[in-house]
Design a protein around this ligand. Structure first.
Ligand SMILES: [Zn+2]
Length: 454
């Protein structure tokens, strides 16, 4: 009886992570992510899984980002009633992120219906806020390093992966095999998150490859962000910063805090955090001291660094203010959320600035802006991009190719098999090549929907 893995997402693409491990008639799903980016990818969210949700015995999440957790409300609504195992941090973040994701799905559907923009009448949300709230009851939170059995005889352990609060690598022991899921690996030199822990010994490794074909530049975020914000302050412009509510929002806030303390930018530069989710997440840094580099004082400073914008009225009132100011708002790839209103309002003025802060999935508005497109569509309208576009190349929450290789190399023995996942085809293949040539390990990039021995 062999242990097999089906790659139901996160294979040859960054989003949609879903790895189904089967052994002896039992099934464990590791991650339950949404596909994001190109329409053709997003359509996969609407196709039924090759396995009935009710036939999955248990679920383990590496972390809370929606491309790892955002399919869960749908899986639960469609019949998955089992436990959802995660770290405490991931559970706390999912309680914020998943209901908001449901709310956004409902808003998008309502918008399409209002403007008769859908081929389907009526357009339906993928899932609702209520679906998301319901599935939160299924969470079982665990501490890092504490082994547990999601299925009798299957042992799982979470190890810190850096990246964002609660993010874990997962070691699964089943049927005599040790299978390691890297999850999203943080970078060892992250401004606020701890370095990923060295990997334990394993027979099979699934390693992420978001930056599999790239190295982060040797500069740091302060060197990139400082001069940009100084320029902005001098010309009285508005910087719109699409941020992921979890992770980048806090990194940018902490960076601004440090820049002001060093007098690299004016201490009076107003900063707004216009994302209720990011506001809630920022508060979690105080609850999870020890999982990140910030002490209590620095964690509290995050919340004081910006004016927290909660209601839509407060958000709309920002439009009546003049620059200079910095508006951090979700979503991080400008696929939805309040940031779209700010982009529509400010992108057309050359005094303003759009600051791109992390990986942008191909096909998203964020990727288009980062690629220098001069016109994008927002709410059915063409918007000219005349604002200066600044890409923070070092604000990524992912390890680069060298750092990922170093992480793998710190394993005591070579694993028998490595699968490169969670990367665009070019990035995944570049990392595969380096693992094959520099480490001389057996390595493959699995195809979407394929099944391989673990
Ligand atoms: Zn992630």
């Amino acid at each position: 009886m062999t242990v097999n893995i089906s790659f139901l997402g996160g294979a040859a693409t960054v989003t949609g992570s879903k790895y189904l491990v089967h052994y002896h008639g039992r099934r464990l799903l590791v991650d339950c992510g949404l596909f994001q980016g190109y329409k053709q990818l997003r359509l996969r969210n609407w196709q039924p899984l090759p396995v009935a949700p009710a036939e999955i015995d248990a679920l383990v999440l590496t972390h809370a980002h929606l491309d790892h957790s955002g399919y869960l409300p749908l899986l639960a609504r469609d019949g998955y009633h089992g436990p959802v195992h995660s770290t405490t941090g991931t559970r706390d973040l999912c309680a914020i992120l998943l209901p908001d994701s449901g709310h956004l799905q409902e808003e998008d559907a309502a918008f399409l219906n209002r403007h008769h923009l859908s081929e389907h009448t009526p357009a339906l949300p993928l899932y609702t806020q209520l679906d998301a709230q319901r599935c939160l009851k299924q969470f079982r939170a665990h501490a890092f390093h504490q082994p547990f059995e999601p299925i009798s005889g299957w042992r799982v352990r979470f190890m810190p992966a850096g990246h964002i609060l609660g993010a874990a690598s997962v070691l699964l022991e089943v049927g005599g095999r040790r299978i390691l899921f890297s999850g999203d690996l943080g970078r060892p030199d992250d401004l606020i998150m701890n370095a990923p822990e060295a990997p334990p010994q394993a027979d099979t490794v699934l390693v992420e490859s978001t930056y599999g074909d790239r190295e982060h530049p040797p500069t740091d975020i302060l060197q990139e962000l400082g001069p940009a914000l100084q320029r902005l302050a001098e010309r009285g412009g508005v910087a719109v910063v699409p941020v992921f509510a979890v992770g980048r929002a806090q990194t940018v806030l902490h960076a601004i805090h440090m820049l002001k303390a060093r007098k690299a930018i004016p201490a009076s530069l107003p900063v707004f955090l216009d994302s209720p989710m990011a506001v809630s997440t920022t508060g979690l840094f105080e609850k999870h001291l020890g999982e990140h580099r910030l002490n209590m004082r620095q964690s509290q400073a995050l919340s004081r660094e910006a004016t927290m914008v909660q209601t839509t009225d407060e958000s709309k009132a920002l439009a009546r203010r003049h620059g200079p100011m910095v508006i951090l708002s979700a979503s991080g790839m400008a696929t939805g959320g309040r940031v779209l209103h700010h982009l529509a309002l400010y992108a057309g003025d050359h005094r303003n600035m759009i600051i791109i802060t992390g990986h942008q999935a191909p096909g998203t508005r964020g990727a288009r802006i980062a690629d220098g497109e001069k016109r994008i569509r927002i709410f059915g309208q063409e918007v000219d991009i005349r604002a200066e576009v600044v890409t923070l190349s070092c604000a990524s929450a992912h390890s680069d190719a060298n750092q990922t290789l170093a992480w793998l190399r710190s394993m005591e023995h070579a694993p028998q098999q490595v699968y490169v996942v969670h990367g665009e085809p070019r990035a995944a293949d570049a990392l595969r090549e380096r693992i094959a040539h520099e480490l001389r390990w057996r390595v493959a990039v699995p195809e979407h929907a394929s099944t391989c021995p673990a």
